[in-house]
Design a protein around this ligand. Structure first.
Ligand code: AMP
Length: 421
């Protein structure tokens, strides 16, 4: 028997997931902060739901015939024998939380936002990950088409705030339970006639839910889908009027958009309005955000009969097209001598931090020269020198690392200099 230990396999992040490291994470934080600030301006409040949910929530919410539920869910049985799923999207969780906490009985408007990870077992590629992050907003109990336009405008306002250019907004209506059955019937008949030209997956969709053929990425299926009947020609008077009003409010908001008749989006629950913002900068996975109305979900969940609408924006895709540099941090670095200097530096750092200055005291560097070298390397804005002399006089040297100038003073004096006063 060999006594050699087998070579250890290097541990790596799971395929389709990635670390967001310092350097990049500041951009994420900026996007998150801008999104939160903007949504609050429109009356939205954050709602944080768990990452794991009962599998049934997505089967019933997202829909049995969607790619998400049929192929992409991270589902596992827990030790109690329950089937749980790492959420692939957020909308069903919000609907569940509203029902569970009867948020519909509260006076506050039901406008929620959330930023966090979602999980889908899809084939990873550029812009498509297995753990990805969404900025999500949902509005409940607003039937008025003005809200459809407002959330599209709000999405545009966020993109503008972040300096995103080269996007296009697509809108459509997918009808409702009144008008969609006739459309599905005609669509099914049409798809049946071209069955041989469709991929095996789409052939299965003909019977299950022909609308899902529009989600297929296979070019021959897309080619066929371009010749399918259009839902717009089947809308009932209510859906038709709703769509016209959405368009007039979009004009009022001065939103540029294009009606895209094949935009059905990959979820089963959409009714009436659907929309998507695509970006030229994204390549094959060009959808930056997508959303729509889902007026039946709450009732289908056994909750109150209130309508809903929302959108989700993919953060990885958004950040990949942003041109923002993380802000340079202004750090005060302490260079000290001996144990006494170290203790004083720790004390001084406490004072400066309490006054909002970012400080760094490192341990283990012996000489002042070494510590200055570190400060330089780290790009510290200032170095505070805490030597024997300084401690005795209670006056500390502050070097401005950019200007190369040096001053001496009490901590309060140095604070004024750092604050630029
Ligand atoms: P959906 O929830 O499918 O409507 O997607 C909304 C947005 O989430 C898309 O427009 C993408 O920006 C993003 N997204 C969806 N799936 C993924 C994924 N697998 N990886 C990265 N981003 C995704």
């Amino acid at each position: 028997m060999s006594t050699e230990t087998p070579a250890k396999k290097e541990l790596a992040a799971i395929k389709g997931t990635k670390d967001i490291l310092p350097g990049e994470v500041e951009i994420w934080q900026k996007v998150e902060a801008e999104a939160k600030r903007l949504f609050e301006l429109y009356g939205y409040r954050e709602l944080r739901a768990p990452i794991i949910e009962p599998t049934e929530l997505f089967e019933r919410g997202t829909g049995q015939t969607t790619d998400i539920v049929t192929k992409e869910m991270y589902t596992f049985t827990d030790k109690g024998g329950r089937s749980n799923t790492l959420r692939p999207e957020y909308t069903p969780s919000v609907a569940r939380a509203i029902i569970e906490h009867r948020l519909d009985l509260q006076p506050e408007p039901m406008r929620y936002y959330y930023i966090g990870p979602m999980f889908r077992y899809d084939k990873p590629q550029k812009g498509r990950y297995r753990q990805f992050h969404q900025i999500d907003i949902e509005v409940f109990n607003e039937k008025d088409p003005a809200i459809d336009a407002e959330i599209i405008e709000m999405a545009g306002a966020l993109l503008k705030k972040l300096g995103v250019e080269g996007t296009e907004t697509l809108v459509n209506s997918v009808g409702c339970r009144v008008c969609r059955p006739a459309y599905s019937r005609d669509l099914r008949a049409h798809a049946e006639r071209v069955r041989e030209q469709l991929c095996p997956d789409c052939q299965r969709k003909i019977a299950a839910n022909p609308l899902r053929i529009f989600d297929c990425k296979v070019e021959s299926c897309r080619e066929q889908a371009r010749r399918f009947p259009r839902i717009m020609d089947y809308l009932c008077p209510e859906c038709g009027e709703h769509f016209d009003k959405v368009r007039s409010y979009l004009d009022l908001y001065k939103v540029n958009y294009r009606v895209e008749p094949n935009l059905v989006r990959g979820l089963d629950y959409y009714t009436k309005t659907t929309f998507e913002v695509v970006s030229r900068g994204l390549g094959a996975q060009n959808s930056l955000l997508g959303g729509g109305r889902y007026d039946d979900m709450m009732r289908d969940f056994g909750g109150p009969d209130i309508c809903g609408i929302g959108f989700a924006m993919g953060m990885e895709r958004l950040i990949s097209i942003l041109d923002i540099q993380p802000e340079k941090k202004k750090v005060l670095y302490f260079a000290y001598m001996e144990e006494e200097g170290k203790k004083k530096a720790v004390e001084l750092a406490r004072f400066f931090r309490q006054n909002g200055v970012e400080c760094l005291v490192e341990f283990g560097y012996k000489s002042l020269k070494n510590q200055f070298g570190r400060a330089n390397k780290l790009g510290a804005a200032w170095v505070c020198v805490v030597g024997e002399d300084e401690i005795r006089k209670r006056l500390y040297k502050l070097k401005d690392m950019t200007a190369g100038t040096q001053t001496e003073g009490r901590p309060e004096d140095l604070l004024k200099i750092i604050r630029g006063k």
